[in-house]
Design a protein around this ligand. Structure first.
Ligand code: GLN
Length: 494
């Protein structure tokens, strides 16, 4: 990859004065103009503010100033992360026109290291979904095949990186929303340990599961992004005070002596044979490098979908109660009372999937049902967490498919249950709080397959070590439309 394509390459070049931040940005903006009308990864591109920022960085450098670790790197933000003064819609009509009054902690950290924020990317409404089809505005297409979804809910961020519109983006992962779209789009995506990245300024979906994570074209870039975004935030009570380890240093560690577990339940769990084959080949290539591979069991995996789809809607129903059309978003009038005003605002502002979750969550939390649903789901969650604790006494990392199959076609999973079931391999990490990474491990029928590594809490270093080794063994065509690659979008949109 030419150096101006990776975040690390850009930062090194701009930091040393070899590249101009303004020129790097113009290349990316041109790519957005060329490709985004077909892919529709962005809800909003903030060209002017990005240009001002890039110019200011170049001037600072020219005046002899030292630039930070993300010098001049154009970055896209999922539109549920606040950047002051910019609209945060969460892909929902109820928040249209709402401007963030403050920067999220992650934005502050990116800016301190001299990144250039380019715009806000599309998502499933309030991050509920796995395809970006639940966006209230429009669906995003998969850069590898425009008839297919990019995954979700961070589908816009994944598609923007996969098509080279930006080298890096942030997404959020509550049940797989960074890793699954990364897998579908052939990029790298990390769900950090719960508490590693501050959630201040991320619009809450399910607060005990949500984590912000990076999407990038390379493992090195993911490590760089996480080392900037992560770390203690005293203003987030769930943020961990642990100092961050040196992720960049773990990239070259290699896998000799690393113990890799293959959880039986993830390989008999209905993954497509081609997906499974590529994941097994990826693991075998690490075995040849000196890793040991053993089969392990996570026996409570079968309860994960049910537990998640009780806990996440319960937390969502509580978190989304604040969107009443009075304090946030478009005020709807027309009712005869305040209560009717709420009903009008929420009835017209939320889409069908959000309403489904709010109703499910409210029902499961009501008196008389709480123990039967929420209480039971919490017990299942504890068992799932214990499965991982047991297994990480025996192995360093687990390797699994990120998703049971490759990117599906639009409307293929119109039935909500079909969409939920496809989250089986990603939601366990959120329930247990552990970190996961999806890294491309090959193509089948022209579509990327993601391999997921999972590790014990705060062992992101092991994820980067494993993923970097896999990336060296199985180099992946980073951008389907890379200059000189001679590939355009295979299909025009319908
Ligand atoms: N697909 C899952 C859901 O719909 C996960 C979403 C996410 O991680 N934000 O809840």
């Amino acid at each position: 990859m030419s150096p101006d394509l990776s975040a690390s390459g850009i930062a090194a070049g701009v930091g040393a004065g070899r590249l101009s931040a303004a020129e790097v940005l113009e290349t990316r903006l041109a790519r957005i103009r060329e490709l985004d009308p077909r892919i529709r990864a962005f809800l909003k591109v903030h060209e002017d503010s990005a240009r001002c920022r890039a110019r200011a960085l170049d001037e600072r450098r020219a005046a002899g100033g030292r630039l930070g670790r993300l010098a001049g790197v154009p970055i896209a933000l999922k539109d549920n992360i606040h950047a002051r003064g910019w609209e945060t819609t969460c892909g929902s009509k109820i928040l249209q026109g709402f401007r963030a009054p403050f920067d999220s902690e992650v934005v502050e950290r990116l800016m301190r290291e001299d990144a250039v924020l380019v715009g806000k990317t599309n998502l499933d409404e309030f991050a509920m979904g796995s395809s970006t089809e639940n966006s209230a505005f429009f669906p995003t297409a998969n850069p590898w095949d425009l008839d297919r979804v990019p995954g979700g809910s961070s589908g816009g961020s994944a598609a923007a990186v996969a098509s080279g519109m930006v080298p890096a983006a942030l997404g959020s992962d509550t049940g797989g929303s960074v890793r699954q779209p990364a897998g579908f789009c052939g990029v790298v995506g990390v769900k950090p340990t719960y508490g590693l990245v501050s959630r201040r300024g991320l619009v809450a979906f399910a607060s005990s599961l949500d984590q912000i994570g990076p999407l990038t074209a390379t493992v090195e870039d993911a490590a760089l992004m996480l080392s900037v975004a992560g770390g203690h935030d005293p203003k987030d009570s769930t943020s961990s005070p642990r100092p961050l380890p040196d992720y960049a240093g773990s990239l070259s560690g290699g896998v000799r002596g690393l113990r890799i577990g293959l959880p039986r339940e993830y390989f008999t769990g209905g993954a497509h044979p081609e997906t499974e084959k590529l994941v097994r080949e990826g693991v075998a290539s690490l075995e040849r490098l000196g890793a040991s591979v053993v089969e392990v069991s996570l026996p409570h995996t079968k309860h994960a979908i049910s537990a998640y789809y009780v806990i996440a809607p319960c937390e969502a129903s509580s978190n989304l109660a604040r969107f009443d059309g009075v304090r946030y978003g478009v005020r709807a009038r027309g009712g005869l009372s305040l209560e009717e005003d709420y009903a009008v605002a929420r009835g017209s502002g939320f889409g069908p999937e959000v309403k489904r979750r709010v109703m499910l969550g409210t029902y499961a939390l009501s008196a008389g049902y709480y123990d039967a649903y929420y209480g039971r789901a919490q017990k299942a969650r504890a068992l799932i967490r214990r499965d991982f604790e047991d297994v990480f006494g025996k192995v360093d990392v687990l390797a699994t498919p990120t998703s049971p199959a490759t990117a599906f076609r639009f409307n293929e999973k119109a039935e909500p249950m079909a969409m939920y079931l496809a989250d089986i391999f990603t939601i366990t990490a959120n329930l247990a709080g552990i970190p996961g990474i999806s890294v491309p491990c090959g193509l089948t029928q022209g579509l990327p397959v993601g391999l997921q590594f999972l590790a014990d809490s705060f062992r992101e270093d092991l994820l980067f070590r494993s993923a970097a080794a896999l990336e060296r063994e199985r180099p992946f065509p980073v951008f389907p439309f890379a200059e000189g690659a001679g590939q355009g979008p295979r299909h025009e949109p319908a």
